[in-house]
Design a protein around this ligand. Sequence first.
Ligand code: PAF
Length: 280
Amino acid sequence: MQIFDSIDSLQTWLKEIQKADKSIGFVPTMGALHEGHITLVNQSNQDNDITVCSVFVNPTQFNNPEDLDKYPRDIKKDLKLLEAANCDVVFLPTVAAMYPDGEKSEDFEFGGLENQMEGKYRPGHFDGVATIVSRFFDIVKPTKAYFGEKDFQQLRIIQELVKQKDYHIQIIPMPIARERSGLALSSRNTRLTPTYKEAAPEIFRILNLIKDWKNDFSVNQTIIKVEEEFLKTPFELEYILICDELSLEPISNWDQSENIRAFIAAYAGDVRLIDNLKIK
Ligand code: PAF
């Protein structure tokens, strides 16, 4: 496994790969890797000649400095996992290399995709994500790039970014990896206290209830039922939204869209968890 920490050395190496017309799969991460990330690497290995994985905690996508400080980091373990997964290249750039003009995001507009949910509750988050992902795309020039559906809004925004910037990159969405209990895998799970860890599968259980409730209740009534259900858990619900999968606009009746997904963000103490489920 090759490890690069400078853009130049990575690009020199990748030039040979591109000259040989080999396909490059790209898995961008912020480290603290888990089985979910590894399924992305495995898929990339299957689909491409070479897999490049970046590990970079991107400061501009954190609206809360404390969240950035507390974001779990374990590069030794990450490298071990990537090596075991047969990842070909790991890119570990510095903040200075990725942000030579200072830690600022560019301004993006994604036709409203960025206004709901994470965009609303984490102002500037998607400008930060789009800035770093477009910089990575410019450096790595992948054939395919892999994004988990756990960050479904991020996935939709990256699909839009690719259109806007006319990148010739195929975005591959990957299903949410879950623990047996149903808890969606997340780097943040390492920060859950035992009480929250034990209760965390409740989030997936409640998401699944929406599938049943949709047969008997309106969208609004369902949302109220979700809010009531959360009051029985130790979590503090930040939002529950039921949206059209493409526009991410909240729907008001079940027949409004053929593709509906429910989205939840909730606090487990000071750990913020998100999850989502396809409802229709
Ligand atoms: O999903 C993530 O881990 C990050 O948002 C990403 C795509 C690596 C950009 O920093």
